[in-house]
Ligand binder design. Sequence first.
Ligand code: EPZ
Length: 433
Amino acid sequence: MEKIRIVGGRPLEGTVRISGAKNASLPEVCAALLTGQPVVLHNVPEVRDIRTMGHVLSDFGADVQFRVGGTVEITAAELTSVEATYDLVKTMRASVLVLGPLVARARQARVSLPGGCAIGARPINLHLQALEKLGASIRMASGYVEAQADRLRGAEVAFDTVTVTGTENVMMAASLADGETIIRNAAQEPEVSDLADLLVKMGARIQGAGGSTIRIEGVSSLHGAEHRVIPDRIETGTFVAACAIAGGDIEVRNCHPAHLRAVIDKLRETGIRIEEGPDNLRVRAPRTMRSSDVTTVPYPGFPTDMQAQYMALMTQAAGTSTITETIFENRYMHVAELQRMGADIRIDGRTAIVSGHTPLSGAQLMATDLRASACLLLAALAARGETVVDRVYHLDRGYYRIDEKLRGLGADIERIDQGGGRRATDAVPAVEA
Ligand code: EPZ
């Protein structure tokens, strides 16, 4: 199993290019199931979750071609299967995104229940209730969701909890339903809007994506399209945080600052200097960061996917800060690892109380989930001495070669194998989440 070794204390300098958004690419790859014509996506990050989704679609009989430079071409001309097996779904819960497209295109789907993951139970009840509203019949059998619908019909779907993939599943299914669907309390994340942009290019009729009410007028069929995926706002925020905690002065290219408004505003409050361009950021670390409280909420608020990274920062800020996680019930797996480095953090229910400015020492650490892994890398950049992070396959799910990108900015970081030898990034085993 691969590890990443970091020796802390080096400031970051130079330029980093942001990859395409993992959480836009995943639903957009699934959207290709809605048509028999080719869908070509550019700027897709070559991360493990995308490869996994490619395997899921290939199992349905789709032709999935990964081309050089982040282009993926998917042609689902004939669907020979509608079953997403447990073996694949257990490695990536985003596989639930095939549900809506399969029911809409093939009138049926058999998708393994994803089960929980490190950050919470993450049920899919809201997805299923919404698809039933659209006329699908849903039953559970042996850990699988079995959905059927002769014809989906438009309906009003009001989510009592904002759900990103739930909104995406309904938007895709409703695109081929009879009549109008209205989604209320829809997720407003940029990835939802980007999916809507692709669906409209495919011939769907969608209005209001990016807001809390989305209207979809179903059509009889969709055609192929070509689309460039938006930049990854969480990778962008992660590199801004990396510069803040390590010190230094970096340029972040190929990003979309408007998608990080809440993150940029919060980081500026801590004293980090951030200059915005149309598709780039200049980030300069302050001598000492100020502490500032944060609560994670759905977009456009501060994103839960930046919570762990922000916590690493606050261990180095002057003063005490509170971090409240309102989206997932167990997204503090990184706290114990940070405490082993010397961080002073106390958990009180959904709130973490972080006392800065606490020197961190390098340690042997274990990654538990995608964003917790990024948090540990950030902490290691600021820690005294050497840190080795194990189970970095979690990191590779959502960050394309983050160790190489950080090394390109001057960090003392390298990927090693079990024996301690240096490894290239590519050898990433497909493993359970
Ligand atoms: C998406 O997950 C993202 N993943 C997550 O990113 C992100 O953290 C999350 O949205 C919140 O922004 C992808 O887009 C592939 P939700 P999703 O449905 O859609 C509860 C990362 O690090 N809920 O918005 O699965 C749920 O338990 C990942 O890139 C139900 O109760 O999240 C949670 O408490 C991690 N029933 C809340 O809603 C449901 O049917 C929000 O979850 C669905 C969700």
